[in-house]
Structure formats: structure tokens, C-alpha cells
Design a protein. Structure first.
Length: 316
């Protein structure tokens, strides 16, 4: 049991999630303030004493990604300079995670750059949820807790109406994640093979597995441009039946995704989580949001108490 007080703090990207986590833990979010200066610089201030405390800073680095990332790094530096015992970063949505390798020559491995910054500034530990490539854990030289929202999202589909559904992976890379859903729900697994043209344009070339007569539940770690929603024809041309559901952990949801969601009548629901805040302009009747606050609160408590969390980690 740690002798250092547990404190929850939040950046400005998702204070609602931090407040929900703190409430579950029976505490309140610590006082801090972030200012955007006229020249676009960011200034952060911790408004209470944090000396010798175990700090858990909750900050998803979603849009605006760079502002939220820099704010998190500035808070990390401020906590270290204020003599906090440890600073643990809870980053439900980890930035630049999709830029984890050199796909072509002369590219930056941006995910590695972020990891270097976090480590150099003295983070004791990093917690994230459903990162794009689970092998990225190897980038770190500090403890990392890779969490998954699969149990939370899968539970939503444990209903009689989905008894004849099939779990659909949007590409080969997500097959392992889709397999976790299929195993939990005892449903068949279908894999779409796609060809990518640039960052946003994709085309499905093959569908592996039996989708005929099944309602599709398409899973992914995140949804940004919504390109996978354009590939429903490949499923319905092969006999998929009923309205389609999508299950994604991180609702990045660029305007193009919201436009498709609105116009595509075959999509019944997009089931997602609150790892990323949904502003009013991104809310839609088809979107169902489940909270990861309980999972984060449990993990934070276990880390602080020095209790094993291995049974809680189901890598996707």
C-alpha cells in the first residue's frame, strides 16, 4: 500500500472523464489551470501543493492533438518541478499511435517521438486504451499498462437480437482484435481485406469468412474519416442481412464520418466509448457512448495500492 496520497488531475481535453474517475475513487480532481495565450502558447499552473503525492494526470490527446499533447507535457514538467512523488500519465487516446513505423523512406516515426518526450520529462508510468499497434509498448522504457475496452463494448452486444450476428474485422491488421470480440460473444469472425490509397481512401478487395445471413458488427480501434463505413457494399453483396453496427473504442469522427453516418441507412448504431470527448457538433442519435471511467478508476486504484492488474489487461 502506497504511503503517498493519490491525486487525480486533468488537463483541459476531457475534464468530464477525469471528474467521473475521481468520483468513483471517492475523491475530487485537483486544482489546476490552463491558459491559451494570445500568441497561441499554452501556460499551465498547478494550483495546490502536490509534494510527495502520486499524481495521475488524465489527458486524452485528441483534437486538437498538438495542443493537448503539449499541455500534457507541460503539466508533466510542472508536477516534477513541484516535487510530486510520481507522475503517471493516463492517456485514453494516445497521440500519433498510427505513425508507429516507416511505411516509406524518409518518414518520421512520430509515435516514438512522443514516447521519447514522455520519458525524458520524467513520467513514471503510462496508461492507454486500445492503441493502434500493441507492439508499440516496446517503444517504452518505463512501465506501460495497455488497457482495452473490448469487454465493455462486447457486453453491449450480449443480447438476443445479436444471436445471429457476425464480427467483422475491417482489415487483416484488426483480425486479432476482432477475434477477441468473436470469442467473447461466441460469434463467427469475418475479415475484410482492403487496399489503401493514401491516408483516407481504401477499397475492400476480398471478404474472408461467411457473412451471408448474418448481421454485421464491424469493429475497429478508432473511427476517423469513416472510410470503413463506405465498404458495407462488400458485405451486403455477399449476403449480409439486417442493419449494421459498428463498435470502435475511439470516436475521432471527422466530418466525413458523421456525414456517412447520417446518410447510410444500413447503419443502425455506432457503439463507442468516452476515451475522447464528443462535442455537441459530433453527437448523433446513432451514436451510443459507453464510459471507460470505471475501468480507469479500477486500474488507477490497483496501481496506487501496488496490486497486480495483469488479469485486467486483455490486449487487443
Amino acid at each position: 500500500m502506497s504511503v503517498h496520497p493519490l491525486r487525480i488531475f486533468s488537463g483541459s481535453s476531457h475534464p468530464e472523464l477525469a471528474n467521473e474517475v475521481a468520483a468513483i475513487l471517492g475523491t475530487t480532481v485537483g486544482r489546476s489551470s490552463t491558459q491559451r495565450l494570445p500568441d497561441s502558447e499554452i501556460h499551465v499552473m498547478i494550483d495546490e501543493v502536490v509534494r510527495d503525492q502520486d499524481i495521475f494526470l488524465i489527458q486524452p490527446c485528441s483534437v486538437p492533438v498538438n495542443d493537448n499533447l503539449i499541455e500534457m507535457l507541460l503539466y508533466l514538467d510542472a508536477f516534477r518541478r513541484a516535487s510530486a512523488h510520481s507522475v503517471n500519465l493516463v492517456i485514453p487516446y494516445f497521440p500519433y499511435a498510427r505513425q508507429d513505423r516507416m511505411a516509406r523512406g524518409r518518414e518520421a516515426i512520430s509515435a516514438r517521438v512522443v514516447v521519447n518526450l514522455v520519458e525524458t520529462l520524467g513520467a513514471a508510468r503510462v496508461v492507454y486504451v486500445d492503441i493502434h499497434n500493441r507492439a508499440m509498448q516496446g517503444f517504452f522504457n518505463i512501465p506501460v499498462d495497455p488497457l482495452t475496452a473490448i469487454p465493455l463494448l462486447a457486453e453491449y452486444f450480449r443480447k438476443p437480437e445479436f444471436a445471429n450476428a457476425a464480427i467483422v474485422s475491417p482489415d487483416v491488421g484488426r483480425a486479432g482484435m476482432a477475434g477477441k470480440y468473436a470469442e467473447r460473444l461466441n460469434l463467427p469472425l469475418v475479415i475484410m481485406q482492403k487496399r489503401r490509397f493514401g491516408f483516407q481512401n481504401t477499397e475492400t478487395t476480398h471478404v474472408v469468412g461467411e457473412i451471408a445471413g448474418h448481421r454485421p458488427i464491424v469493429i475497429d480501434d478508432l473511427m476517423a474519416s469513416g472510410s470503413v463505413m463506405k465498404q458495407l457494399d462488400a458485405l451486403y453483396d455477399r449476403g449480409a442481412e439486417g442493419s449494421a453496427y459498428f463498435a470502435v473504442t475511439h470516436p475521432v469522427l471527422l466530418p466525413s464520418a458523421l456525414e456517412i453516418l447520417e446518410k447510410e441507412e444500413r447503419i443502425e448504431k455506432l457503439v463507442t466509448t468516452n476515451t475522447i470527448p464528443l462535442p455537441p457538433d459530433k453527437r448523433h442519435p446513432k451514436i451510443v457512448t459507453l464510459s471507460v471511467a470505471g475501468m480507469l478508476a479500477d486500474i488507477i486504484s490497483r496501481i496506487h495500492r501496488g496490486v497486480s492488474i495483469s488479469e485486467k489487461l486483455i490486449l487487443a
